[in-house]
Write a new protein. Structure first.
Length: 403
């Protein structure tokens, strides 16, 4: 083995387990979210006490990084265990609606969790739902489905998608209610787009998540440091700086994900530079690399060509120095980016659809051109994240994907 690679693999590290800082990790203890877990338990107690009597539906709402996803996943793990102790077959299914952005893909994801083979084509989403219902009936099983970022699904597929998803499970009056839902959304702005028969039930079951304060983020970081780093590597001053940068009461977004990413990147800098401790200056370097508005989980969920197009848009904006670029300029840069990454460019119609999809997810802003442009064209801008930071993260994400 090459000596450089060997040293990297076998050399000392300040990390005990850096995966404990990643967004997908589900800690056993969730500081400052005990009340939300208790609320979920109260709402869903009925499906354990009287299984099949009702299809329970609960909304979880709050800004990015306030613990909605991890609380839902932790609750799902715990409710499965509790149900098993009562000899009740209950499965929790977590669906990321940024990745599975149509009703068919949602249904297919649920089928995969249940190990139910679904052909990629040939069945409608309604047919898959009825197939799943028959399987649940045969196995005497119940589902708790969490639709994460469901507001994105509604904006992409329309307000009827939730009606189709929820109502189809209630068609058969003589059958047990086997589908239950946690609807995770950033805010309640999609509610007016939903069918009134759904909203009347949903609006009574809402659990709200507020942004974290600096003190609350400090508690979260302390717990993760114990799991992720070797003893004595991260001191109080370093954690205090991260908490002050990210805490809602100290002018930050109140985003725990942002805080954990700062901690992880700071640890990476410390290790690369040969330090045995993570210092405040490593946090400052990490802050330079990321931005609180850069929603890394949303970027990571994009398809390869969406990332390539976004990289092209970012580069065009940076090169031009403009607030907006035309769709044509983005497409020309996109072809160069595809050549760089050995990918065949998609056609104009697909590129336009990618732009619209990223607009709906809040990554891009668009408007129609006015004076100074020949004819009408779509103008594109990046609303929040500096181009340099977005470009750096996209390249990092594409490299991970390619490797």
């Amino acid at each position: 083995m090459h000596e450089i690679i060997r040293r990297a693999f076998e050399g000392p590290t300040i990390f005990r387990d850096e995966s404990k800082l990643f967004p997908d990790y589900i800690p056993f203890y969730l500081p400052h979210r005990e009340a939300q877990l208790q609320s979920l338990a109260r709402y869903f107690r009925v499906i354990l006490d009287k299984p099949g009597s009702v299809s329970q539906k609960v909304i979880i709402t709050g800004p990015v990084g306030t613990g909605k996803t991890v609380v839902s996943k932790r609750f799902g793990l715990e409710v499965e265990k509790y149900a098993a102790d009562k000899n009740l077959k209950l499965r929790y299914v977590h669906v990321n609606c940024h990745r599975d952005r149509t009703l068919f893909l949602v249904m297919r994801r649920i089928a995969e969790v249940l190990s139910c083979p679904i052909p990629s084509r040939g069945l409608s989403s309604q047919e898959i739902m009825h197939l799943l219902r028959d399987i649940l009936e045969h196995e005497d099983m119940y589902l708790l489905i969490a639709l994460d970022e469901v507001d994105y699904l509604v904006r992409t597929a329309g307000g009827d998608v939730l009606y189709d998803l929820i109502r189809i499970t209630e068609d058969e009056v003589d059958m047990k209610c086997r589908f239950n839902y946690i609807l995770i959304m950033r805010d309640l702005s999609i509610i007016p787009a939903l069918d009134r028969s759904i909203t009347s039930a949903l609006m009574h079951n809402i659990i709200r998540f507020s942004p974290y304060t600096s003190g609350q983020i400090m508690d979260i970081l302390r717990d993760r440091v114990n799991e992720a780093f070797e003893p004595g590597v991260v001191g109080h001053e370093t954690l205090k700086l991260i908490s002050d940068i990210t805490g809602f009461d100290t002018g930050g977004p109140g985003d725990a994900r942002y805080a954990l990413e700062l901690l992880w990147r700071a640890g990476r800098y410390a290790e690369q530079e040969g330090y045995s401790r993570v210092m405040p200056d490593h946090v400052r370097k990490a802050k330079r690399d990321i931005h609180p508005s850069l929603r890394t989980e949303v970027i990571d969920s994009l398809a390869v060509h969406e990332k390539l197009l976004l990289l092209a848009i970012v580069r065009s904006l940076r090169k031009s120095g403009r607030a907006y670029i035309s769709l044509g300029m983005a497409e020309r840069e996109y072809k160069l980016v595809c050549e760089e990454w050995n990918e065949r460019p998609r056609r104009h119609t697909q590129v336009w659809e990618y732009v619209q999809s990223m607009k709906r997810s809040g990554i891009l802003m668009t408007r129609i051109s006015g004076p100074g442009y020949r004819g009408k064209t779509t103008l594109i801008s990046l609303p929040d994240v500096p181009t340099e930071i977005m470009e750096r993260y996209l390249i990092e994400s594409l490299r991970r994907l390619k490797s």
